[in-house]
Design a protein around this ligand. Structure first.
Ligand SMILES: Cc1cc2nc3c(=O)[nH]c(=O)nc-3n(C[C@H](O)[C@H](O)[C@H](O)COP(=O)(O)O)c2cc1C
Length: 327
């Protein structure tokens, strides 16, 4: 298994949990860490949210000691605010600061943030340079292939990031226009890898160990970022690491193991977010966890109705009993 060096931070392996707003919160990151993820990316945080002490921001910034190494991602497009906020939070226990240049959501893009920066490489360079100067911790950048098909500029952006002091770059092989649809273009990852010396982390459509191996062969990338493939499947890191090591596939977790994971995740979620929010948030995770298991379809609608941990537990026990009887 390859390690990965990002500035002064050494990752034990080169598998990265990609940042996902609404998904890669503290409980989920801890579960992915347990399963072997080499780097955990937090949910994106607005630099302006930090500046104005937005009440939701504190929870987004919470980090557990067990997480290291962990990457905190800021979004924003004002070089002054981005660098100042990076400095303001630098004492917090994250290891790497990442800058979001890929978010496609209109609310973000219309402010000139996220993937809008793909359209403004000069400004992107200024943000990176000022942030790198402001803090000691390594600064990385996450970009897309381009803004749209007429503006494919990941290579230019990566060179600017490198020249501005970025310690690594993650490339999602889709344009902003594509959002998350269609197939990720891995060739753009190869082009970026050939253009810069800093580590390049490939991203887009890694769902299995074979995908990671194929991405490595096709692009030469230094690390693999897995986002949606980890939804309901924190085991993906262990599965890929095992395959890298032995060439053999691990068995998919049994229904009992899957249910135990949901319940543990749910307990952590309720503890971290409170009972009301926690149970609502765990519904989508539970639906993801059960995907692909026999007789799970009949669970889905009921999952969306559970109002407490007890109801969730009761539902899942019923599912296991039904499975046992009908297997
Ligand atoms: C629900 C969701 C939330 C996301 N939030 C972020 C985010 O906060 N910051 C970011 O850089 N990318 C975000 N992404 C993009 C992912 O990190 C990743 O680039 C993308 O999903 C492609 O990788 P995948 O095919 O492995 O999912 C998000 C993706 C999803 C599906």
């Amino acid at each position: 298994m390859k390690t990965l060096q990002i500035g002064n931070v050494t990752l034990e392996n080169n598998l990265v949990l990609g940042p996902m707003a609404g998904v890669t919160d503290l409980p989920f990151r801890l579960l992915c860490k347990e399963q072997g993820a080499g780097l955990l990316c937090m949910e994106m945080v607005s630099a302006k949210g930090i500046l104005y002490n937005n009440k939701n921001t504190e929870q987004l910034l919470t980090i557990d000691e067990a997480e290291h190494p962990v990457s905190l991602q800021l979004f924003g497009s004002d070089p002054e605010i981005m660098s100042e906020m990076a400095k303001r939070i630098e004492e917090r226990p994250f290891d790497i600061l990442d800058i979001n240049m890929g978010c496609p959501v209109p609310k973000v893009v219309n402010n000139g943030d996220g993937s809008a920066l793909m359209k403004n490489p000069l400004l992107a360079g200024k943000i990176i340079e000022k942030t790198v100067r402001a803090i000691q911790k390594p600064v990385t950048v996450k970009i897309r292939k381009g803004f749209d098909d007429a503006h494919i500029n990941a290579v230019e952006m990566a060179k600017i990031a490198e020249a501005s002091g970025a310690a690594a770059i993650a490339v999602h092989g889709r344009t902003r226009e594509q959002y998350y649809s269609g197939k990720a273009d891995w060739d753009i990852i190869r082009q970026v890898k050939e253009a810069v010396k800093i580590p390049v982390i490939g991203n887009g459509d890694i769902l299995t160990a074979e995908d990671a191996i194929r991405m490595g062969e096709e692009t030469g990338c230094d690390g693999f970022m897995i986002a949606r493939g980890a939804q309901g499947n924190p085991w993906i890191f262990k599965q890929i690491l095992h395959y890298f090591k032995t060439g053999e596939h691990l068995e998919k977790p049994s229904p009992e193991e899957m249910v135990a994971m949901i319940l543990r995740h749910a307990k952590m979620q309720l503890e971290f977010k409170g009972a009301y929010t926690g149970i609502r948030e765990i519904r989508k995770h539970a639906a993801w966890y059960t995907t692909g298991y026999k007789h799970a379809a009949r669970l889905r609608s009921e999952i969306n109705e559970v109002e407490s941990l007890e109801e969730l537990e009761e539902l899942l026990q019923r599912f296991l009993a039904y499975n046992e009887k009908n297997s």
